[in-house]
Design a protein around this ligand. Structure first.
Ligand code: SAH
Ligand code: SF4
Ligand code: F3S
Length: 439
C-alpha cells in the first residue's frame, strides 16, 4: 500500500492553494492522500500567523501529536507556512516540539521533496527556513482538490507594510509571475473543465509593478477573458489604495469576471486608517465603491474589517459602523486586532483592552449580519445561477455559489458538481440560500 499523507491547512486562500502544491510534491514521491490523520505516514502543517489565535491553533494541534509520534516513531511530522518564517519561530518550534522532523518556510516550499530526502535515514530534524525570497517556479505542480474552482497565483509577497500586518515579513517583497505562464495555467485549467478561476495575490492591483509595469492587472484580465466559453474569473485581494477605473472598466466589460469585489477597508476612521498606513481615507474608499457601482450597477462588495487597533476610540469605531452601512457590504470578514511581534502597531501606545475589543466586535458582527440578512431576503423568489461545487452528505444537498459569492443549496438525484445550475430561491439564511434547481 502506498504511503499516506495528511495536510492540515490554516490561513488564507493562498495557503489553501499552497497545500495543493505540497500535495503535488508528496504525490510525486509516491504518497497518497490518507483518509485519517491517525493513519498517515506524513503529517504536514501549513501554518498561518496573521493573528495570535491562528498560531495557537497550530501549536495546539502540533502538540497533540506527541502521543501518536511516540506510538509510531516512523511517522514524519513537517511544519511549514507563514508561522515558521517569523523571527525565532523555527527554534521555538523545535524547543517546544522536539518530535517535529522537518521545518520549512514559505520561500522554500517547492523544496519540500529535497528536505524529505535529507530527512531519510537521518535521526536529526531538518530545519530549513530561508530569510530571502526564492526564484518563482512557474510550472504548476499542484495536486488540486477544489474542482471546479482553480486557484492561480499571479504574484507573491507584499510591499505595503500596513502597520498591523505580519504578511510582508513572512512572505517577502512583491514578485509577479510571468503573464504568459499565468494565462497558460488559467487556460490549462479551463481546458481540463475547471469553471471558476481565482487569481491570487496580496494586492493584485500592483501586479506587474516589479516587472517594469508594462503588463498591468487589468491587462492580464483582458487577456484571460479573450477565451470564449462559459467560466468565471475572480480575484483576491484588491487593496483599495490601488483600485481604480481601469480595473472597474475591465469588470464591466467582461461577463466572465464576477460582479463581486473583495475590497478590505479595515476601518472607517481616517485617523486610524492613517495609523494603519492604508493610504486612503474613508471618503476616498467610498468614492471607489461608488465608481464601481456606477460602471457595474449590480456589483456587490465584501470587505475585511478590524476592531481594536491601538488608540481606537468609540468615535473611531462608530465611523467604522457608519462606513459598513454606507458601503452596503453584502458581507464582511470581521477581526479583532491582534498584535504581531515585529510590526509597528504592536509597539504603539494605546493598545485596547480585550474587554473593549470584544464588545466592539460583537456590535460590528451584529451590524454585518443584519445587513447580510436584509440583502439575502431580497433573493427570495428570484432565479440565480450557481456553480455547483460540492455535495453536503449531512444535508443531502448539492451546493455552489452564485456570481456574488452566495452559497446556494439544492436537491438533485444526479451529480451536478462542475455544472452551472439555475435555481429558484425559496429560503434564505445569512449568506446561504436554498431552493429548487431547474433541470
Ligand atoms: N492583503 C490583504 C489582506 C490579507 S490579510 C489586504 O490588504 O487587503 C487578511 C485580513 O486579515 C486583513 O485584511 C486584515 O483585516 C486581517 N488582519 C491582518 N493582520 C491582522 C492583525 N494583526 N490582527 C487582526 N486582523 C488582521
Ligand atoms: Fe498585509 Fe497590508 Fe500587505 Fe494586505 S496589503 S498583506 S494587510 S501589509
Ligand atoms: Fe495567509 Fe496567514 Fe500567511 S493569512 S499569507 S497564511 S499569515
Amino acid at each position: 500500500m502506498a504511503k499516506q499523507y495528511w495536510i492540515v491547512t490554516y490561513g488564507c486562500q493562498m495557503n489553501v492553494h499552497e497545500s495543493e502544491k505540497i500535495a503535488g510534491i508528496l504525490r510525486a514521491r509516491g504518497y497518497e492522500q490518507g483518509a485519517r490523520e491517525e493513519d498517515a505516514d506524513i503529517i504536514v502543517f501549513n501554518t498561518c500567523c496573521i493573528r495570535e489565535n491562528a498560531e495557537n491553533h497550530a501549536y495546539g494541534n502540533i502538540g497533540a501529536l506527541k502521543k501518536l509520534k511516540k506510538s509510531r516513531p516512523g511517522l514524519l511530522i513537517a511544519v511549514g507556512g507563514c508561522m515558521t518564517q517569523q523571527e525565532g519561530a523555527a527554534q521555538k518550534l523545535r524547543k517546544k516540539f522536539p518530535f517535529v522532523d522537518i521545518v520549512f518556510g514559505t520561500h522554500n516550499l517547492e523544496d519540500l521533496g529535497a528536505l524529505l530526502d535529507r530527512k531519510e535515514g537521518s535521526k536529526k530534524a531538518v530545519v530549513d527556513v530561508w530569510g530571502k525570497e526564492g526564484e518563482i517556479r512557474e510550472e504548476d505542480f499542484s495536486f488540486r482538490s477544489s474542482y471546479p474552482n482553480g486557484w492561480v497565483n499571479i504574484m507573491y509577497g507584499c510591499n505595503n507594510f500596513c502597520t498591523y500586518c505580519i504578511v510582508p515579513y513572512v512572505r517577502g517583497r512583491e514578485r509577479s509571475r510571468d503573464p504568459e505562464h499565468v494565462i497558460a495555467e488559467v487556460n490549462g485549467l479551463l481546458d481540463r473543465g475547471y469553471k471558476e478561476i481565482t487569481l491570487l495575490g496580496q494586492n493584485v492591483n500592483s501586479y506587474g509593478n516589479d516587472r517594469g509595469g508594462e503588463f498591468t492587472f487589468p491587462q492580464l484580465l483582458h487577456k484571460i477573458c479573450e477565451r470564449d466559453g462559459k467560466y468565471r474569473i475572480r480575484f483576491m485581494t484588491s487593496n483599495p489604495k490601488d483600485f481604480g477605473e481601469e480595473l472597474v472598466r475591465a469588470i464591466a466589460e467582461h461577463e466572465q469576471i464576477c460582479n463581486l469585489v473583495h475590497l478590505p477597508v479595515q476601518a472607517g476612521s481616517d485617523r486610524v486608517l492613517r495609523l494603519m498606513n492604508r493610504k486612503y481615507t474613508a471618503s476616498e474608499y467610498l468614492k471607489k465603491v461608488e465608481l464601481l457601482r456606477k460602471f457595474v450597477p449590480d456589483c456587490q462588495v465584501t470587505s475585511d474589517i478590524m476592531v481594536g487597533f491601538p488608540t481606537e476610540t468609540e468615535e473611531d469605531f462608530q465611523a467604522t459602523l457608519a462606513l459598513v452601512k454606507e458601503a452596503k457590504f453584502c458581507t464582511a470578514f470581521t477581526f479583532v486586532y491582534s498584535p504581531r511581534s515585529g510590526t509597528k502597531a504592536a509597539e504603539m501606545e494605546g493598545q485596547i483592552s480585550e474587554e473593549v475589543k470584544k464588545e466592539r466586535i460583537m456590535r460590528l458582527v451584529e451590524l454585518v449580519n443584519t445587513q447580510t440578512r436584509e440583502q439575502s431576503v431580497l433573493y427570495r423568489g428570484k432565479t440565480i445561477e450557481i456553480l455547483c461545487e460540492d455535495y453536503d452528505a449531512k444535508k443531502g444537498l448539492y451546493l455552489g455559489r452564485d456570481e456574488y459569492g452566495r452559497m446556494g443549496y439544492f436537491k438533485s438525484d444526479r451529480d451536478r458538481i462542475g455544472e452551472f445550475v439555475k435555481m429558484r430561491v425559496s429560503e434564505t439564511s445569512g449568506v446561504s440560500l436554498a431552493g429548487e434547481a431547474f433541470e
